[in-house]
Design a protein around this ligand. Structure first.
Ligand SMILES: N[C@@H](CCC(=O)N[C@@H](CS)C(=O)NCC(=O)O)C(=O)O
Length: 221
């Protein structure tokens, strides 16, 4: 039975990146159809996704006659197909991992909204504002504490959906954080280094880095 993941433009689709990562890291076989979500073709392309997936958004995974929509559902399904190895089994560790997963999925409390996923690929990065520095410090503090608690190298010890969900977040934050500042959170710096070195992450980014940047109006505003 063919599984088809409708994913999105590599340097613009953080949600598709998360779903794709979970499937790849789970060792799940799937065919990928990249949907161009750049304007203006975005609107027609997503309308076509809406013909079979209620949110009319990517990612969407078609598995036989089932459409799994929303990155979180796809990530959890990837974990199920992988025999549950992308979440800890011990209930409290699992709850901690899920807390980070849920925090990310619920929008990370609106963390640095102008530092979009797209901006991680801009060659000319601006400096973070004072407010963005404070907001990112709050996230880095939370990651650092969790990495210390679990003992690393990942948020729940072994790689889990929580880490995969944070990959696009780390890309946008770390790419705007000078190395000497990130050094205040040594566990986060090492966690980020390891995640970015994973084959799956490098595969997605190698293509993302070749695409023309997708400029968003509010980046410099
Ligand atoms: N909660 C959804 C968000 C998906 C999402 O916003 N995808 C973007 C592309 S990265 C999209 O297709 N947006 C179209 C729209 O919302 O109209 C998920 O996690 O899958």
């Amino acid at each position: 039975m063919a599984r088809i993941l409708y994913s999105g433009t590599r340097n613009a689709s953080s949600w598709a990146f998360r779903a794709w990562l979970a499937l790849r890291e789970g060792g799940i076989e799937f065919e990928e159809r990249v949907v161009d979500i750049r304007k203006p073709q975005r609107f027609d392309n997503l309308k076509r996704i809406g013909e079979f997936s209620p949110p009319a958004a990517v990612p969407a995974l078609v598995d036989g006659d089932t459409v799994v929509f929303d990155s979180l559902a796809i990530m959890e399904y990837a974990n199920d197909l992988a025999g549950g190895r992308l979440l800890p089994l011990e209930p409290l560790s699992r709850a901690r991992a899920r807390s980070f997963l849920a925090w990310q999925h619920a929008g990370l409390s609106g963390l640095c909204p102008r530092l979009s996923f797209e901006s991680a690929f801009y060659p000319d990065k601006r400096a973070m504002s004072v407010d963005e520095q404070a907001q990112s410090a709050r996230a880095y503090d939370a990651f650092e504490q969790q990495l210390a608690f679990s003992g690393g190298p990942c948020l729940a010890g072994e790689l889990s959906l929580a880490d995969l969900a944070m990959v696009p977040t780390l890309l946008r934050l770390v790419s705007h954080t000078p190395a000497e500042r990130l050094a205040q959170w040594p566990r986060v710096a090492e966690w980020n280094r390891r995640l970015m070195a994973r084959e799956s992450v490098r595969e997605w980014l190698s293509e993302a880095n070749t695409l023309p940047p997708v400029r968003l109006d509010d980046y410099m505003a």
